[in-house]
Design a protein around this ligand. Structure first.
Ligand code: TMP
Length: 212
């Protein structure tokens, strides 16, 4: 009598400031995991195709106004809640999710924008928890020089500095810090050298129930 169990996947989140190179590194990480034979699903928040994400997208592009910063915060959170079930089921089916931003951006950006810390954290309680968070640290001056900075709302230097402070406060033992001032390849190799993946393998025996 043999009970077959499906290997659980893993939920990997990349966090950092705007222009820290997260999006590029998320793709590189996904390709690398695929090359090792894993099933990988790339995700990002805000997910601008989802209904609440469309509102966020229009707001960030300055096409619409929102009545309050609280409404914006909740839209970002709703956008994640819309995907919570999908995240849980993909992981239980053995998929690796590589996710560009998650609730830590939600909390850090909203606190940096002046919202109450306690209130801000409530909306995301109960979302699936990542197995690992990679924080891409970039100097705000380096970030400001990278292409496209300043096109959307929230991309001002002053706010970014505050976001970094808040993001650092959220960092715990599940997080790994990557110096993102380096070139694209340099950052990717640095991340691999740190053998974060090796560390993760020991962790994906977690029970799905423990995720939220
Ligand atoms: P993006 O550039 O990664 O698409 O993110 C758009 C902006 O939204 C970026 O400035 C970070 C911000 N943001 C929040 O303020 N709250 C959130 O919950 C998320 C996911 C992003």
């Amino acid at each position: 009598f043999q009970k077959t169990m499906m290997k659980r996947g893993a939920f990997i989140v990349l966090e950092g400031l705007d222009r820290s190179g997260k999006t590029t590194q998320a793709k590189k990480l996904a390709d690398w995991l695929k090359s090792r034979g894993e099933t990988v699903h790339l995700m990002r928040f805000p997910d601008r195709d989802e209904p609440f994400g469309k509102v966020i997208d229009a707001y960030l592009k300055k096409e619409i106004e929102l009545a309050s910063p609280q409404a914006l915060h909740l839209a970002f959170s709703l956008n994640r809640w819309q995907k919570a079930g999908e995240i849980r089921s993909l992981i239980s089916l053995g998929t690796y999710i590589v996710c560009d931003r998650y609730c830590y951006s939600g909390v850090a950006y909203s606190i940096a924008s002046g919202l109450d810390e306690k209130w801000v954290k409530c909306a995301d309680i109960g979302l699936p928890q990542p197995d690992i968070v990679l924080r891409f640290d970039v100097d705000t001056d380096v970030a400001a020089q990278r292409g496209g900075f300043g096109d959307e709302r929230l991309e001002c230097n002053e706010l970014q500095k505050k976001v970094l402070i808040e993001m650092k406060k959220l960092t715990d033992e599940r997080w790994k810090i990557v110096n993102a001032n380096d070139s694209m390849e340099g950052v990717h190799n640095q991340r691999r050298k740190q053998e974060e993946m090796g560390k993760m393998e020991g962790e994906y025996s977690y029970d799905i129930e423990k995720m939220s």
